[in-house]
Write a protein that binds this ligand. Structure first.
Ligand code: NDP
Length: 346
């Protein structure tokens, strides 16, 4: 019901229509309805309202987390079958590969009103946020009067991370997922289950634990680490977005683009390493994990570890894709910017 409600909100609430980066079957850029941030806040408001009138308890998502995750699993599988089976087969791919990676590149539903990728990311972010709020509510009921500021900081930073992702929804139309991926189990099940139930793994571990009584400066350092990561990730993504839309324009009014062959950006964030945005993502993940104040618990570290496992091969795949797309320009870029992710290290 929760998932259907988010779908209905996304389809029904007002949205701005924008042109994307990838082309549709008619060779024209696909258009998208963007209302992610609105749906996100309306969902939170409805959740608060439901708690206030006693329809649900704030900690219910924690108390029933396993059943809810199980239900999401089943829905994610049904969605995968639905989205894969209705699309034409991909030549040369086995059925297993099609199920996992998907068939359709840009499926849109309800006559283009709902873009599957856009909806999936919105769904994942919104359910994750509700989980975080509920898990934190459980923590407060378990430790009345001695709740950990780390839990509050973690939820605040994560909420910022999710809200700002939705605020910059349009920029994500220019990223790898939209450009290069199809919709199947990986993206579909990933956003139905993995994103909302795994990303908050820090609180799965830390919600029951007592306040670690860290000094304020230690929590402040974690927040600084998180925001340093945010500057790298958001800065790089925005710079590339500005460049793709207006190649001559200075990013943020100061970073003049140095573009190889007018197509490959080799300055600013993209002159530090070829995927400095991934370093930013890793720093944010580590900052979030540490902000809980239990660095010796292994559970919360699964989150940054997941990013390592995701982003290291992704960087290599993207490198291959770009080498094929840009040819000698990419070789020149690799010579100028030899670092894959971490400047002077990797
Ligand atoms: P990028 O946004 O880096 O996109 C890669 C694409 O950008 C390339 O395929 C290429 O496409 C273009 N590109 C790359 N380098 C250059 C360059 N120097 N000049 C011009 N174009 C370039 O990768 P992702 O989509 O993987 O990541 C986007 C963001 O999402 C990142 O911040 C990442 O960390 C984040 N992310 C977050 C995840 C999460 O779970 N929270 C998961 C995965 C990613 P083309 O030229 O065709 O435009």
């Amino acid at each position: 019901m929760l998932y259907a409600a988010i779908f209905a909100l996304h389809a029904a609430l007002p949205a701005r229509r924008v042109k994307g980066y990838v082309n549709g079957p008619d060779g024209q850029p696909l258009t998208y309805r963007l209302n992610g941030l609105l749906v996100f806040f309306v969902s939170i408001a409805l959740w608060i309202g439901a708690c206030r009138i006693g329809l649900i308890a704030p900690e219910d998502f924690w108390l029933h987390r396993w059943e809810l995750a199980g239900g999401a699993c089943a829905l994610g599988l049904l969605f995968t079958l639905f989205v894969v089976l209705r699309a034409p087969r991909v030549q040369g791919w086995s059925f297993g590969k099609e199920l996992y990676l998907g068939r359709a590149e840009q499926p849109q539903l309800l006559g283009g009103r709902v873009d599957a990728k856009m909806f999936l990311y919105l769904l994942g972010a919104t359910v994750l946020e509700l989980n975080l709020l509920s898990f934190a509510a459980y923590h407060r009921t378990l430790h009345p009067g001695d709740a950990s500021p780390g839990v509050t900081l973690y939820v605040a930073l994560f909420s910022f991370f999710l809200a700002e992702y939705l605020f910059f929804e349009r920029v994500h139309l220019y990223t790898y997922d939209f450009v290069a991926e199809r919709v199947g189990f990986k993206l579909g099940w990933g956003c139905f289950v993995f994103y909302p139930y795994f990303y908050g793994v820090g609180l799965w571990t830390a919600a029951p634990l007592a306040d670690p009584h860290w000094p304020s400066w230690a929590f402040a350092l974690c927040a600084v680490m998180f925001f340093c990561g945010w500057v790298l990730a958001r800065g790089a993504n925005m710079q590339k977005y500005f460049f793709k839309r207006e190649p001559q324009r200075k990013a943020f009014g100061v970073l003049a683009p140095v573009a190889l062959g007018g197509r490959v950006l080799a300055s600013g964030f993209w002159g530090l390493s070829r995927h400095i945005n991934y370093l930013g993502e890793l720093l944010m993940a580590a900052g979030l994990t540490l902000s809980l104040g239990h660095p010796l618990e292994w559970g919360p570290w699964l989150y940054p570890l997941y990013y390592l496992v995701l982003l290291l091969p992704r960087q290599r795949d993207d490198d291959k894709r770009c080498a094929a797309k840009y040819g000698p320009l990419w070789d020149e870029y690799c010579r100028r910017v030899p670092w894959r992710i971490v400047p002077y290290l990797y």
